[in-house]
Design a protein around this ligand. Sequence first.
Ligand SMILES: Nc1ncnc2c1ncn2[C@@H]1O[C@H](COP(=O)(O)OP(=O)(O)OP(=O)(O)O)[C@@H](O)[C@H]1O
Length: 268
Amino acid sequence: MTTNIDTVKDTDTVLRTEGVNVYYGDFLAVKNIWLDIPKNKVTAFIGPSGCGKSTLLRCYNRLNDLIDSFRAEGKIFYCGKNLYAPDIDPVEVRRRIGMVFQRPNPFPKSIYDNITFGAKINGYKGDMDELVETSLRKAALWDEVKDKLKQSGLSLSGGQQQRLCIARAIAVQPDVILMDEPCSALDPLSTLRVEELITELKEQYSIVIVTHNMQQATRVSDMTAFFNVEPTEKGARMGYLVEYDRTELIFNDPKQKATQEYISGRFG
Ligand SMILES: Nc1ncnc2c1ncn2[C@@H]1O[C@H](COP(=O)(O)OP(=O)(O)OP(=O)(O)O)[C@@H](O)[C@H]1O
């Protein structure tokens, strides 16, 4: 018996993170995260390698569940429901909270089928042609592919493939889109196109983006969370949240010395 998750409404916060610890086996990878992700905004996660940005991102759609050694403590609320409560269906969570990965990963299927795949699994009853067009338009890809919808998604350029993956994520009508370094495999022009798209998409979706590119964080995000790593007594490296604020404050007037040092390129 699973609980239905209502769609986002009546709240400015789409995801509430309360005291989250993440372990891989005995290793505490991310410690005590408290963070509210705002609705219809872009939130950037920045910080040095290994500080747990991707780990935390994957907690928001329960993708870490697929890793045997993963264990989380604390609570993540989406629309007032704890995503880790026993009665929540992780598949439903992943429909509401979609994900775009670092490397574009279209299915080895046609452009059309890439879009309809998830909808079919979810038992979508609407007009598939319309869904394909709407999703591709929202991902700013329609004009480039409308005459070759039967061609393989893999025949597109890297930047187009990433926009196809964004269209695929949109097609299942999520509320939130998680993006894990979505531009790191793209050339500068494709990056710009995806960044413009992110700004357009936030009118309809709440977006969380992990990025190593600080200019990108300043260009696309409204809020920025800076994470850092500290050595533990056992010699492991544990990630934690240093500072979370409006992006302009993080980059122009950070409160913490570590944030200042990171954004000015002194480490990381
Ligand atoms: N599947 C896993 N099993 C075990 N440890 C993991 C796993 N995934 C990540 N880790 C560890 O958890 C810590 C956080 O990793 P994570 O990839 O979340 O950091 P990150 O900040 O996203 O790094 P990067 O910027 O390099 O992508 C690291 O020490 C990493 O080695």
